[in-house]
Design a protein around this ligand. Structure first.
Ligand SMILES: C[S@@+](CC[C@H](N)C(=O)[O-])C[C@H]1O[C@@H](n2cnc3c(N)ncnc32)[C@H](O)[C@@H]1O
Length: 322
């Protein structure tokens, strides 16, 4: 086992190449993997973003070895390259379960002939296991997603679409160009009922998905635009990832990462991020009361992680703007 670069508050950070460090971790020692690997597009001419590591089946096989059976893997990807990432994950033996889209409004098109980037896909995969999902969940907390801990702020079932506010939205106002206000403008403001009684049989969550006439359907009684059906996250400035003049150019919002680790890691479990960057996943796991193992190849990035992990715990999960 290599000497950790940083170790405190349940977080261990290794400095090195994940291809070398992952084989030193124990088999089935990790409850969930949440990773934002290189997008393999050479972002801003960075060499670390064009090594091909994200498409390396051996790397993902090591992830499968260290993950407990039934544990989940979430991996960000780029719209141009995530299909190759997903195939490598599947070829390593994971089951692909879903794809979450993180939608935001702050992207800029790379040229006058390109679309404005507004989404990043997150592959959702699971390690195979024996027995039923229910039994696994009851004994280990693995196998299923933690839906209850990740409901929207009006209590709705979490969707596989996540929305991010524009950088110009404030705590009290959402600007017109923000995807959230645009969605609500298009849908209009609606109020949903409460405790609707079914007049005809049909499909909804009740009686095993087959609703019967007379069933009372639990509804939310909330008011708002269509954005209330989706988890919503505040834009977060990149300023927090600077350290002594060094900065990471691709940090993820901390509130988004807290929601993601909560979705896949049982309370008190251990999250692995093999491409730690500025350490956002590690901070997120720590702030959610979990343990975390990170690996980062670039020492300047590892120093930023160390600096950020010295920051106080973050208080809230959701933004107070909706
Ligand atoms: C997209 S960034 C992660 C950003 C991170 N999510 C954050 O919020 O700061 C990917 C990181 O993976 C690191 N990396 C690339 N190849 C690696 C490898 N083989 N082993 C370990 N780290 C690697 C890069 O140095 C970079 O910091």
């Amino acid at each position: 086992m290599p000497t950790p670069y940083y170790e405190a508050d349940g977080v261990t950070l290794h400095h090195g190449n994940s291809l070398d460090i992952l084989p030193t971790l124990s088999q089935a020692s990790i409850d969930a993997i949440v990773v934002d690997p290189p997008y393999e597009i050479g972002i801003a001419s960075r060499d670390w973003d064009r090594t091909g590591i994200a498409f390396n089946v051996d790397l993902w096989s090591e992830c499968l070895r260290v993950l407990k059976p039934g544990g989940h893997l979430l991996s960000f990807g780029h719209v141009r390259t995530h299909h190759r990432l997903a195939v490598a994950i599947e070829d390593a033996g994971f089951h692909i379960r879903d794809c979450i889209d993180w939608i935001y409004g702050q992207g800029y098109p790379g040229s006058k002939t390109q679309l404005k980037p507004a989404r990043e896909p997150i592959t959702v995969a699971r390690a195979p296991f024996t027995g039923t999902e229910r039994a696994l969940r009851e004994t280990t907390g693995l196998g299923g997603l933690n839906v209850e801990a990740c409901r929207t702020d009006t209590g709705r079932w979490p969707a596989n679409v996540l929305l991010g506010h524009s950088p110009l939205c404030t705590d009290s106002a959402c600007i017109t160009e923000c995807p959230i206000s645009e969605l609500d403008r298009q849908s209009g403001i609606r109020t949903s009922g409460t405790g609707a009684v079914r007049t005809k049989p049909g499909h909804f969550m009740g009686n095993g998905g087959l609703g019967r006439a007379g069933d009372v359907q639990v509804t939310y009684g909330d008011t708002g635009g269509a954005s209330r059906y989706f988890p919503i996250f505040r834009f977060e400035s990149r300023i927090t990832t600077r350290n002594d003049g060094e900065r990471h150019i691709t940090p993820k919002p901390l509130s988004l990462m807290r929601w993601l680790v909560r979705l896949v890691c049982p309370p008190g479990g251990t999250v692995l991020d093999w491409a730690a960057g500025s350490g956002t996943t590690l901070l997120a796991a720590r702030d959610e009361g979990m343990n975390a193992v990170g690996i980062e190849m670039d020492e300047a990035h590892a120093r930023i992680c160390e600096h950020r992990l010295g920051e106080p715990f973050s208080p809230s999960l959701f933004s107070d703007i909706a």
